[in-house]
Design a protein around this ligand. Structure first.
Ligand code: C2E
Ligand code: CA
Ligand code: CA
Length: 642
């Protein structure tokens, strides 16, 4: 703004000066033209007069015109712009004056010579003066007095004529012409200077602006305006070197991907900006706040002890969990925070890595909380990083296995189907629990690729080895987010030839909590295809009746905790199981009981009316051998994990 003001001021000043100079030059030029034209007119007039006036040398000497001369003089006086003239003899003495009333009044020869005619006689050069006649009687506004020598044919001066020339019209004419010309010139110069001038200014302004932007981008995160990682590391390193007491916090939004996928990236960005504002509000001017990428932030609280840092972190947790209006949607997200007190002499990297370990501890313990780093957390993080590396490797090389746990009929205990359960071993060949690696795969965004591989592998195996039995496959919430689950299931069924009505997809209540229309649509389409939908782990969540009614589940899987409780709390758990079975009967939903480990449990559950039983009593999940190559599986999972 400041720049534009001064640029405009300078341009106006420059143009005003240019125009002022042009104005002066125009006046000078007009003056010169008026003088020159007056001389020309006076000389022309006198030449004409010499030709026309008979006996002019004599008239100059006597100053008394005869009748013929008087007539010519009258005509001459009305010729052109001449309105008066005087005649002088060869000595410069005035001999005749014409006046304005058109009457010639001979005055006789003057006694003394005038200086101007004397000079003209001496030099043979005319003398001219241009005068302002606005305040003089009987004079035009602008007139010239020209003394012109009268020469006889052999070049001798025989007198001088003083001619009064009215130059008012001439001056007006030239002034108008010159002004018009000057205006055109000025317009042209304005154009010539303005266009490149404006282009230059614009270029300068844009360069300055992009320099500023580049400077900003090199130091700050463009979305939230907080420091970027590089600038943070620069500033934080010098702080650490100063030896100031500080607490380092690593912050990570919980399930931010779900916000992005469900509400779109614009809403995700707006939410990140909101969170950065919350963080900024809880920082002091000396603190450092940075976005480390994605949904990760880092704060260094300066000159503060751990207790005060915890107070600030608590305020952040509370504010992030409070709903805000973002693009007409009420959004709230939880955040996990790891804190580490920086110990004297410790490097910045170490403090950051400790805070990261504390953050991982919070994530593993269920998120939406904070933790202060303790030495035991380092080991936890190391294990997690190891698991992450293994999971990425397994995803890339399809290094998983699907095991199949038998599902048996409640009455006859005949195998009616199998639940596909994913298996992953660590580097030493020891099994990693799906309860551990599935949530991590969700967090790392690998579950979609893994889930597809599972569906493809399980349908093909079952189509080959048990085509008339049910196949139950667990789905993760994340698999509904991309929106192409239905298409993929359809493809897998077509490719394998496995019957859709033998496939059962198991989902948990957490999927339905957001009440997303897209999820409802996908469930509907799957059901239309003949695929059954089961609610897994029923009884552990909200167990909402409205979900059962709304989504039309085909099966409820009673969580194994109720079956296990039959031993220690037989009455209570029996009541719960019977109620669920009754509910199923009323709503036309089939019931599976999970975690059946003993013959007694099996008997009781069968008596209570459960359709299907599942548990170690009937068999653990195990391999189903399929001879053909799995080369295409490898290709698929690796491509998806990209
Ligand atoms: P889930 O869907 O509830 O699967 C049943 C779990 O109970 C399996 O554990 C199974 O081995 C275990 N189980 C079966 N019978 C008994 C029993 O009699 N006693 C006891 N104590 N446990 C029994 P697993 O295989 O460790 O899987 C754990 C969870 O991991 C599964 O729980 C499921 O939520 C998830 N999971 C497994 N495979 C997949 C998969 O392919 N995709 C997804 N999204 N999740 C999977
Ligand atoms: Ca299951
Ligand atoms: Ca279950």
């Amino acid at each position: 703004m400041k720049f534009w003001l001064s640029a405009t001021f300078c341009s106006v000043l420059a143009f005003a000066s240019i125009w002022g100079v042009i104005g002066l030059k125009v006046d000078e030029a007009v003056e010169r033209v008026v003088v020159r034209s007056a001389i020309a007119k006076a000389v022309d007039w006198s030449n004409y007069a010499i030709k026309r006036l008979p006996d002019l040398p004599e008239l100059v000497e006597t100053g008394i015109p005869n009748a013929e001369q008087q007539e010519v003089i009258r005509q001459l006086r009305e010729l052109g712009d001449v309105f008066r003239f005087n005649l002088f003899d060869a000595q410069g003495r005035k001999s005749l004056t014409s006046d304005e009333r058109n009457i010639l009044e001979p005055e006789g020869l003057a006694a003394i010579a005038d200086p101007e005619p004397k000079q003209v006689i001496a030099t043979h050069e005319p003398i001219i003066g241009v005068y302002d006649g606005t305040n003089k009687p009987n004079r035009p506004d602008r007139y010239a007095e020209a003394y012109v020598p009268l020469l006889d044919p052999d070049g001798t001066v025989f007198g001088v004529v003083e001619v009064y020339v009215d130059q008012t019209a001439t001056q007006e004419y030239f002034r108008d012409s010159f002004r018009s010309f000057a205006l055109v010139l000025m317009a042209f110069t304005s154009l010539v200077f303005t266009v490149p001038g404006v282009a230059y200014c614009l270029q300068w302004f844009l360069t300055k602006k992009s320099e500023k932007n580049a400077e900003f981008l090199s130091r700050f995160d463009p979305l939230t305006g907080v420091l970027n990682r590089r600038e943070f590391m620069r500033q934080a390193t010098s702080l650490v070197n100063d030896g100031t007491r500080s607490v380092v916090c690593y912050l990570d939004l919980d399930r931010f991907k779900a916000i992005n996928d469900t509400y779109g990236h614009a809403a995700g960005d707006a939410f990140l900006t909101h969170v950065s504002e919350v963080l900024r509000k809880n920082c002091c001017p000396d603190d450092l706040l940075a976005r480390f990428g994605g949904d990760e932030f880092v704060i260094v609280f300066q000159n503060i002890g751990i207790n005060l840092a915890i107070q600030r972190v608590r305020a952040i947790l509370l504010e992030c969990a409070t709903e805000v209006d973002i693009q007409d949607t009420k959004l709230a997200g939880t955040i996990s925070i790891g804190l580490a007190k920086r110990i004297e002499g410790e490097s910045l990297d170490q403090a950051l890595s400790n805070a990261d370990a504390a953050l991982y501890h919070v994530k593993a313990a269920g998120r939406n909380d904070f933790a202060v780093y303790g030495s035991e957390m380092g080991e936890e993080l190391r294990r997690r990083n190891q698991l992450e590396a293994r999971l990425r490797e397994a995803t890339k090389y399809s290094d998983f296995e699907v095991h199949y746990q038998p599902l048996v009929g409640g009455r006859d205990c005949n195998v009616v189907g199998h639940e596909a359960l994913l298996r992953l071993n660590d580097e030493k060949g020891e099994a990693i629990s799906p309860a551990v690696f599935i949530p991590l795969a969700e967090e790392l965004g690998l579950i979609e690729a893994i889930g597809r591989w599972t569906i493809k592998t399980a349908t093909r195996t079952m189509a080959a080895l048990a085509p008339d039995k049910t196949l139950a496959i667990n789905l993760s919430t994340v698999q509904f987010q991309s929106g192409d689950l239905v298409k993929f299931v359809k493809e897998a069924l077509q490719e394998s030839g496995f019957a859709p009505h033998h496939l059962e997809l198991e989902i948990t209540e957490s999927l339905l909590l957001e009440d997303s229309p897209s999820v409802a649509m996908q469930i509907d389409t799957l059901k239309e295809m003949g695929v059954a939908i089961a609610m897994d782990d029923f009884g552990t969540g909200f167990s909402s009746l409205s979900y059962l009614w709304k989504y039309g589940f085909d099966r409820l899987k009673i969580d194994q905790s109720f079956v296990a409780a039959l031993e220690h709390h037989p009455v209570r758990s029996r009541e719960i199981i019977e109620t669920i079975v009754l509910l199923g009967e009323k709503l036309g939903i089939k019931i599976t009981a999970e975690g059946v480990e003993t013959a007694e449990q099996a008997e009781m559950l069968s008596a209570m009316g459960c359709d299907v039983l599942q548990g170690y009593h009937f068999g653990r999940a195990s391999r189903m051998e399929l001879a053909p190559s799995t080369a295409t599986d490898t290709a698929t999972i690796a491509a998806k994990a990209g």
